[in-house]
Design a protein around this ligand. Structure first.
Ligand SMILES: NC(=O)c1ccc[n+]([C@@H]2O[C@H](COP(=O)([O-])OP(=O)(O)OC[C@H]3O[C@@H](n4cnc5c(N)ncnc54)[C@H](OP(=O)(O)O)[C@@H]3O)[C@@H](O)[C@H]2O)c1
Length: 432
């Protein structure tokens, strides 16, 4: 029997779009695709800005610059892999209003407008899938949405930005300083010429928004997320961390706080070397999920790259195609919206602080007394350097962030303290 046809249009013929076209047009896969989609997936067109650009693997007859005409061409599924907020959002809205299912890899768009777009999809009987928006090929969103839908998740913590993980890994394993490691990441194509979206953690924050929605049912867009990037991480702190049994990673965290609170944040963290996230190196991504009954779970894989990301996009296309054929669509995920946002200053954890001091007698006692005055108890202390290079590193017991902030403020005001070089949260729960 002839299989039904599902018509797919793609906006974007860059890294992800071109790799997706290759997967869709690969004759050795066509049977498998028909089986998975329960339909023949027909690629109708690929919209780009410039059709004259050479694009090996995409037939000239498929290319167009007329996105509106592509959307109007009786599509079943629109794939948005162009990126950015506008005009991507307008195109996605236009497709959803026509009842066309949308697959996107666009984390920025989903973090900003995901809830409204999901609602629009639902109203018009369409799907909105965005697996590739977090962790590239890692199927974490589907796992949260389906396999763990009934679990009470307590925390989602991930290394969700390959560029920053590459830079921090270089610093840890080769002793490169931040600038050297960034330049190498740029030379290898891991980091953009303007790296701020990655190193200032905007990209990771968008992914934490998306993970938080699926894990806890919080709304996408406009909600607070504390964000600190890696530009302040110094090689001296990476070395201290290693001596104390930790590695520094940029982590995105969404976690329950008590019964009714939620914390969402991205920041450098000291992770014990025995924690599964500590050994996630280079440009790899990993997402670590803790549930009340499931216990700890972890997904690891390529967080970026056209080909690996396209596999996640293709999975979504096949899901959307199957739904088209069966005449159903997924209901937007809703969860525990009653959770209130808890600012990072109200959280407790151990902290690492490094303090650049004048090399003279009595300084240690003076510095330690400041910790004591703010109820921050010291777990261990290390010191390095002499003269201008004298530096003290402290690991505290669990302490309230606000108390640690007050400690830092008072330390900076001391005449014997030149600067507080780092104040980094420690992830210290053992994982069994
Ligand atoms: N690359 C990855 O590893 C990765 C991983 C996960 C998620 N993503 C996400 O996937 C999306 C695409 O990423 P990418 O790396 O493939 O980007 P890219 O290489 O820059 O490709 C973007 C494509 O979109 C086209 N385009 C941009 N604006 C357009 C417009 N207004 N109308 C028509 N076409 C337009 C561009 O056309 P021209 O070629 O003519 O300029 C280009 O072909 C982004 O949202 C990104 O965040 C990427």
């Amino acid at each position: 029997m002839e299989s039904p046809v599902v018509r797919v249009g793609v906006i974007g013929g860059g890294f992800v779009g071109a790799a997706l076209v290759q997967l869709l047009c690969d004759p050795t896969r066509s049977e498998a695709l028909v089986d998975a989609a329960t339909a023949t997936v027909e690629l109708v067109g690929v919209a780009v800005r410039d059709v004259a650009k050479p694009r090996p693997g995409i037939g000239l007859g498929l290319l167009t610059t007329d996105v509106d005409a592509l959307i109007a061409s009786d599509l079943d599924v629109l794939v948005e892999v162009a990126g950015g907020i506008e005009p991507a959002r307008s195109y996605v809205e236009s497709a959803l209003k026509r009842g066309i299912s949308v697959v996107t890899a666009n984390k920025a768009l989903m973090a900003e407008s995901g809830t409204q777009l999901a609602q629009l999809a639902h109203e018009h009987g369409a799907d909105l899938f965005y697996e590739a928006a977090v962790g590239g090929a890692i199927p974490i969103l589907r796992a949260l949405r389906s396999s763990l839908a009934g679990e009470r998740i307590t925390r989602v913590m991930g290394i969700v930005n390959g560029t920053t993980n590459y830079i921090l890994t270089k610093m840890t394993t080769e002793g490169s300083d931040y600038g050297e490691a960034l330049r190498e990441a740029q030379a290898l194509g891991y980091a953009e010429a303007d790296p701020s979206a990655d190193v200032e953690a905007f990209d990771a924050a968008a992914k934490v928004q998306i993970l938080s929605t699926l894990a806890f049912g919080t709304r996408l867009g406009g909600e607070e997320i504390a964000r600190e990037g890696i530009t302040g991480v110094r090689i001296v702190d990476v070395d201290f961390a290693a001596r104390m049994g930790y590695v520094i990673k940029l982590v995105g965290v969404a976690e329950r706080v008590g019964e009714t609170g939620i914390s969402r944040r991205v920041h450098p963290a000291m992770i014990p070397v025995g924690h599964p996230l500590a050994s996630v190196n280079g440009a790899m991504n990993a997402v670590f999920v803790e549930g009340v009954k499931s216990g700890p779970l972890m997904w690891l894989g390529q967080g970026a790259g056209g080909e690996s990301t396209a596999t996640a996009v293709l999975g979504d296309v096949l899901d959307a195609a199957r739904n088209r054929i069966s005449g159903r669509h997924d209901v937007p995920f809703t969860g525990d919206r009653s959770l209130h946002y808890v600012p990072a200053s109200e959280l407790s954890s151990p902290f690492y602080l490094s303090v650049d001091v004048l090399d003279r007698p009595g300084v240690l006692a003076e510095v330690a007394s400041v910790f004591g005055r703010h109820d921050v108890s010291i777990q261990s202390m290390d010191q390095s350097g002499f003269g201008d290079e004298a530096r003290l590193a402290f690991l505290t017991h669990e302490a309230l962030s606000a108390d640690v902030e007050a400690t830092v403020k008072e330390l900076i005001a001391l005449e014997s303290v030149e600067s507080v070089g780092a104040c980094i949260r420690v992830i210290d729960e053992g994982v069994t």
